[in-house]
Design a protein around this ligand. Structure first.
Ligand code: FES
Ligand code: MG
Length: 571
């Protein structure tokens, strides 16, 4: 019996016809009547799908969550929601993040649920679930699916970031098709999501840093049985959270967001973090601006030696002490007195957590790299900002001025990038337009454009690249992303021409395009801005309502929440 008034009793506690309907059909699953008499009902929001391979082990993992819920006196009800797999969904899983969040929000609110366990794994499955749940604001916690074990290919440890390296080697004929296929099986050899600090691991780290999961959620491998134990503990804990009425909004306060930004910097997390965290904050009405990411990560060095910013993998982070040990190293820079889902403070959770492997987690005073976090650059090319991940970029390019080589859209890029005629050298600045939220509906991860073949052959490894798109969390390079406003929303990027000079200055956080006001005005007359045509269905809704990257790319009408109250019955 719960100590608080249970929301689920508005269904199951009813007498008469309504109560009969709410209970009777549930009983066809073999549920005893006492389950309906005041046990906290815990929704297990599952993104299991065989089309989301990173989450394909979630049915089994859910059983451990259930075990924990039942042990603690709760009533588990597992339900599926739209699951977004990064690797198969075209044109990009990000197109559906907001749609999935609507599914999550409405599924939770509409049903007799008192508390929620969100099962998150592959990139977008975390923000979509957290965003949706925030808009209902019940007691909620996250159990992530965990990273894959690292791969091994030709004696070398590999992970997702090697996909980009393999692709270049293949282009240069250094890797055959047969070797390519062999590498596939070597990389993805266990359940779980990408084994590097890509977006999925960034999101699992984010929820732990926010205090929205139990400690060690970020790094325990999917294949490690301790992930199952964590799931069981998560199940036990959510029942207590319902009894304590520990809602999401009590955990996800502004200081929690500041902690997450700092931890993301220390771990070398993905640039996608910026968009997702901003969207989550928007659902709770927490005021979070693009510049906060720069401000709160500026003095935080890189403490985790994990790819793509470092050399190792998520499982190594776990063996080295995990996220609590890393956070312990930076505790002076964290809000340690705020509460997390286990009912303890951040400070209590990271107490006595030593580093077991100093080559994986560094101390704050002797970090792996001084530059980390998210740099927000601004200028006439990006009046509302753009982002760069310093830890994954080349220091030599932090201050760079070069001539633009412009691609009008992704098709134009693919058609010309490897052409011997392309006028480009290592000092050029590659510019890609129309890959922002509206332009490539969903804002695909194409911002880290591959280097032109003829420069690869010369040994060029990095160039300044600018776009209104995103980059995979596993990607790297001196890449300016999320240029806002985007070209398809009439941003200045739209009028950049080949040969224009662009100057990047990371230290001063500027990105300037050398064009006179007269010239720009003339270009706008010669080439008037055309809004993308609205398409029917969901994509049309997306283009019409998606906000710009600096706002989190949520739908304008989804900001905030509607709470958990439903006043009407269905019969
Ligand atoms: Fe799913 Fe990387 S593809 S996490
Ligand atoms: Mg991705």
């Amino acid at each position: 019996m719960s100590k608080v008034e249970l929301r689920s009793q508005q269904w199951f506690g009813k007498t008469g016809k309504d109560g009969f309907i709410y209970r009777a059909w549930m009983k066809n699953q073999g549920i005893p009547d006492d389950y309906f008499q005041g046990k906290p009902v815990i929704g297990i929001c599952n993104t299991w799908s065989e089309l989301t391979p990173c989450n394909a082990h979630f049915r089994e993992l859910a059983e451990f969550v259930k075990k924990g819920i039942i042990e603690a006196g709760g009533f588990p009800v597992e339900f599926p929601v739209m699951s977004l797999g990064e690797t198969l969904i075209k044109p990009t899983a990000m197109l559906y993040r907001n749609l999935a969040s609507m599914d999550v929000e409405e599924s939770i609110r509409a049903n007799p649920i008192d508390g929620v366990v969100l099962m998150c794994g592959c990139d977008k499955t975390t923000p979509s679930l957290v965003m949706g749940a925030c808009s209902v604001d019940l007691p909620t916690l996250v159990i992530s699916g965990g990273p894959m074990m690292k791969g091994k290919f030709k004696g070398k440890e590999i992970g997702t970031s090697d996909v980009w390296r393999f692709a270049e080697a293949y282009k240069l004929g250094e890797l055959t098709q047969k070797e390519f296929i062999e590498a596939e099986a070597c990389m993805a050899r266990t359940p779980g999501h990408c084994a590097v600090m890509g977006t999925a691991s960034t999101m699992a780290t984010m929820v732990e840093a926010l205090g929205l999961s139990l400690p060690q959620n970020a790094a325990i491998p999917a294949a490690d049985v301790r992930r199952k134990v964590l799931a069981q503990h998560s199940g036990r804990r959510i029942v207590e959270m319902v009894n304590e009425d520990l809602k999401m909004s009590k955990v996800l306060t502004r200081p929690a967001f500041e902690n997450a930004i700092r931890v993301n910097a220390a771990t070398g997390g993905s640039t996608n973090f910026v968009i997702h965290l901003t969207a989550i904050a928007g659902r709770l009405g927490v005021d979070l601006k693009l510049d906060d990411f720069d401000e709160f990560s500026r003095n935080i060095p890189l403490l985790a030696n994990i790819q793509p910013s470092g050399e190792h993998f998520m499982e190594d982070l776990y063996y080295a002490g995990g996220l609590p040990a890393l956070m312990n190293q930076m505790k002076e820079h964290l809000h340690t007195s705020i509460v997390t889902v286990n009912g303890k403070t951040v400070g209590e959770n990271i107490e006595n957590t030593p580093i077991y492997e100093p080559s994986i987690i560094s101390t704050f005073d002797a970090p792996f790299k001084p530059d980390s976090g998210i740099a927000v650059v601004r200028g006439n090319l990006a009046p509302n900002g753009a982002v760069l991940k310093p830890s994954a970029a080349s220091k030599a390019l932090f201050k760079h001025r070069g001539k633009a080589v412009v691609f009008e859209n992704i098709e134009d890029y693919h058609a010309r990038i490897d052409s011997p005629e392309l006028e480009v050298d290592e000092n050029s600045v590659m510019v890609l337009k129309n890959v922002g939220p509206k332009g490539y509906p969903g804002m695909a991860e194409v911002g880290n454009m591959g280097i032109p073949k003829k420069l690869l052959e010369k040994g060029v490894k990095d160039m300044v690249r600018i776009s209104d798109g995103r980059m995979s969390g596993t990607g790297f390079g001196t890449v300016i992303l999320h240029v806002s406003p985007e070209s398809a929303a009439g941003g200045p990027l739209n009028w950049v021409h080949n040969g224009d000079f662009i100057a990047l200055d990371v230290e001063n956080r500027t990105i300037n395009w050398e064009v006179s006001e007269e010239e720009l005005a003339a270009r706008k007359v010669a080439q008037p801005f055309e809004k993308p045509k609205t398409i029917r269905g969901y994509v049309g809704l997306f283009i019409d309502h998606v906000e710009q990257a600096d706002q989190g790319a949520d739908f304008d009408f989804l900001k905030g929440g509607s709470g958990s109250i439903v006043t009407r019955d269905s019969h």
